[in-house]
Design a protein around this ligand. Structure first.
Ligand SMILES: N[C@@H](Cc1ccccc1)C(=O)O
Length: 500
């Protein structure tokens, strides 16, 4: 029979003791715990040993419990003072109790009948009772002592003294499960040992020296069972949602888009609204309710001519338009706000100047008031972008959007519906079809209005879109609560799907 070196050592040890716990075997063989386990599993599969395991519920002290074991439970600490002085003012106990310990103390002492509470003017006075003078070890004290002495105690044993609920409520102790594993040699194993086992060191690493010296011919190479169970390792990796965003970025760059970036999450209303031809008195704001910044309240406007052109567009119109016909306020435009849509960056880029033809995108964190729940966040992420070119029209936009939905979202079907945005004409809303989610609203798009592009100094048509990507990420990551995108839950972070 083909046994590994470790299997042989473990089997020889088992032959001496007949049965042994994994810990004992670790001690006797000097092997690592995983190595012993692996050897035992190997021996078991060859019928030479039998592995047993038993799980047991145990109780152990929490950090708080450990502290109490040292300095005494709060009620005892107070009783000690009361025994010395007879009475004490509740406020004075702040010197010996923490805030959390103080809150329930009156109730605790009353329940035990150790003290009476009396009001003297504004003060609450605690006074020791007969029972308090005589009090001795209670069940809970005994449990605390047992746990401090033994570290862990079987739940069964604890429950004969106090209810575990009480220990948990007071955060003194917690439950855990420990698994005990032990092995037994089988008669087949004993027989093999009787016949004699030759122990030969095995080489587990084939080194260049072994190869060049030809020694590999003489040594016994260790065999590996690649199906043997091993401990899981969790190597460092990107946060799953971050990985998803990076992938979108890479795809867009591969498609030839230039990334627009900005350091701050804060925007002036000028760039968030005004530069996009959204009138200051616009009643139809439902597509973006927004937050405002308290400190500082205002930021800077860009250069004068640009502001003038935007003002003119709003008041009197540009490019044959009559504008909105109201008095545009620079003060209003200077107000600061957390960016409410990625489109603000498209406006900035157009004003800065663009290559024509050119394609631009940005991935932005944006903020809008909402009620938090499984599918809504008040901050979320958008991919925004535009394509500028002399001969572009609405049909190109629909084509590009469709390609996004298919390539980025993995959608099978797309649907376009007429929509309204102050900065585009015509405007569409796009929905993508997912086998599991059904129709998912994907984002808005349109052809930027000339009142906007001309004011920003661009003469060519610009087709633009803004896509919400968090719901898409939920789908791809297989989660049904959007808050999980930002979760600290280690288990989820470790096991989340890797998106390729
Ligand atoms: N900014 C819009 C989307 C949009 C972008 C660009 C053009 C048209 C619409 C939104 O937040 O919903």
């Amino acid at each position: 029979m083909d046994l590994s070196y470790n299997e042989k050592i473990v089997l020889l040890n088992l032959a001496e003791t007949k049965r042994a716990s994994v810990e004992e075997l670790v001690e006797r063989t000097g092997l690592e715990q995983v190595a012993v386990m692996r050897a035992l599993l190997g021996l078991q599969s060859k019928g030479l040993a039998k592995l047993h395991e038993r799980s047991e519920k145990i109780v152990k002290l929490t950090e708080i419990g450990k502290r109490y074991a040292e300095i005494g439970l709060p009620e005892w600490r107070v009783l000690r003072i009361l025994r010395e002085k007879g009475k004490v003012e509740l406020e004075e106990l702040r010197n010996v109790l923490s805030e959390e310990e103080l809150r329930p103390i009156v109730g605790l002492l009353r329940k035990e009948g150790w003290a009476n509470v009396r009001k003297e003017g504004e003060k609450l006075i605690l006074e020791i009772t007969e029972k308090g003078l005589e009090a001795g070890e209670r069940p809970i004290d005994r449990v605390l002592r047992l746990l401090a002495e033994r570290g862990t105690v079987p739940l069964r044993e604890i429950e004969t003294i106090v209810k575990i609920g009480e220990l948990k409520r007071r955060k003194i102790a917690e439950e855990d499960v420990i698994t005990e594993r032990w092995a037994e040699i089988t008669s087949k194993g004993e027989e093999l040992v009787r016949k004699g086992i030759e122990l030969r060191r095995e080489v587990s690493l084939l080194t260049p020296e072994l190869i060049s010296s030809g020694k590999w011919r003489e040594v016994t190479l260790k065999r590996f069972d690649i199906k043997a169970p091993v401990r899981r390792v969790y190597p460092g990796k990107k946060q799953p949602y971050r990985a998803f965003l990076d992938k979108i970025r890479r795809k867009l760059i591969e498609m030839g888009f230039i990334e627009m970036t900005v350091d701050s999450l804060i925007e002036t209303q000028f760039w968030n609204f005004d530069a996009l031809f959204q009138p200051q008195n616009h009643p139809a704001r439902e597509w973006t309710d927004t937050y405002q910044l308290k400190y500082p309240k205002v930021g800077h406007l860009p250069e004068k001519e640009l502001v003038e052109r935007v003002k003119t567009a709003h008041e009197r119109g540009l490019a044959g338009s009559r504008g909105w016909g109201y008095v545009w306020s620079p003060e209003r435009a200077m107000l600061l706000m957390p960016r409410a849509h990625g489109t603000a960056l498209s406006g900035r880029q157009l004003a800065k100047g663009v290559e024509i033809p050119g394609k631009y995108f940005t991935i932005q964190r944006v903020f809008r008031p909402d009620v938090l729940d499984r599918t809504h966040l008040i901050e979320f992420n958008q991919v925004d972008g535009f394509v500028v070119g002399e001969d572009l029209n609405f049909r190109h936009l629909l084509g590009i959007l469709k390609r996004f939905a298919i390539e980025i979202a993995g959608a099978k079907k797309v649907k376009f519906l007429p929509d309204y945005y102050p900065f585009t004409e015509p405007s569409v809303q796009m929905s993508a079809y997912h086998p599991e989610l059904g129709w998912v609203e994907f984002g808005g798009a349109g052809v930027f209005r000339e009142e906007m592009t001309k004011a920003l100094g661009i003469d060519a048509p610009v087709i633009a879109w803004g896509i919400g990507i968090d719901r898409l990420a939920m789908f791809k990551l297989g989660i049904d609560d959007i808050r999980y995108l930002f979760s600290y839950d280690l288990k989820w972070l470790r096991e989340a799907r890797v998106i390729l």
